[in-house]
Design a binder for this molecule. Sequence first.
Ligand code: ADP
Ligand code: MG
Length: 263
Amino acid sequence: MANPRSAAPDIAFRGVGLSYEGPDGPIEALHDVTWDIAPGEPVAVIGPSGCGKSTTLHLIAGLMQPTAGTVEVGGRPIGKPRAATSFIPQDLGLFPWKTVFANAALGLKLRGVPRDEMRARTEAALREVQLEGFEKAFPRELSGGMRQRLALARAIAVDMDLLLMDEPLSAIDALLRETLQQTLLELWQRSGHTQVLVTHSIEEAVFLGRRIFVMSPRPGTLVRVIDNPHMGEPGFRDTHDYDECCRVVRRALETGAREEAVR
Ligand code: ADP
Ligand code: MG
């Protein structure tokens, strides 16, 4: 399925700021964020609501330009969206008038993949997220969790070397969520793409992030980078390292919130 070109891109943020125009003046969403993500690295970004997580992904996707600093993907400033980036926005971006199949196939269609291949890859992606049998349904007929799975199918059906996901599993119930986290893990292990997962679930960040970037409340700054070297090892979820990493992330989130309170 995912079959990235030989080299997945790195991502470099240098002093990145992003201010939105608000009715009462600029709203600073991100402030002086600097970090590097290595080629093929899976990173999780975690922080409280409104700290600029979605903004961060829009910047990496090339859908928005920073108002301060620079964002580079693969060594180049990201001027416009790249074909090899797959992005699941928080609102999913599904078309209500298209069927499940057509929604899942959209990324392939936009990239000009031949019809037979498009069909086969779309079917495989829908199987991967356990949506086979729903091909002819429309998004409104699906639960919130099924819609998230559909957006996931669309994202993983294409050849990509960078996968950006904005709280992709938040509406999915606990057991299936763990299954899909495993699906995402295996997909990454097979394909070696660079991955940025935005989540506010500590467990999800620790299961899927080789490094975890913890952000402060608005304006979002980078509070801490947590190494999680055993991520991806068999049975990781049941290990002491996993529990310990969850504790470290929780503490860093609390610290970020406290620093905000005294600022
Ligand atoms: P998160 O995804 O972490 O919840 P966002 O990146 O969506 O945060 O937003 C960061 C901050 O910027 C929030 O306070 C939000 O209200 C504000 N914001 C986001 N989009 C806009 C916009 N288009 N106009 C004005 N403010 C915005
Ligand atoms: Mg968001």
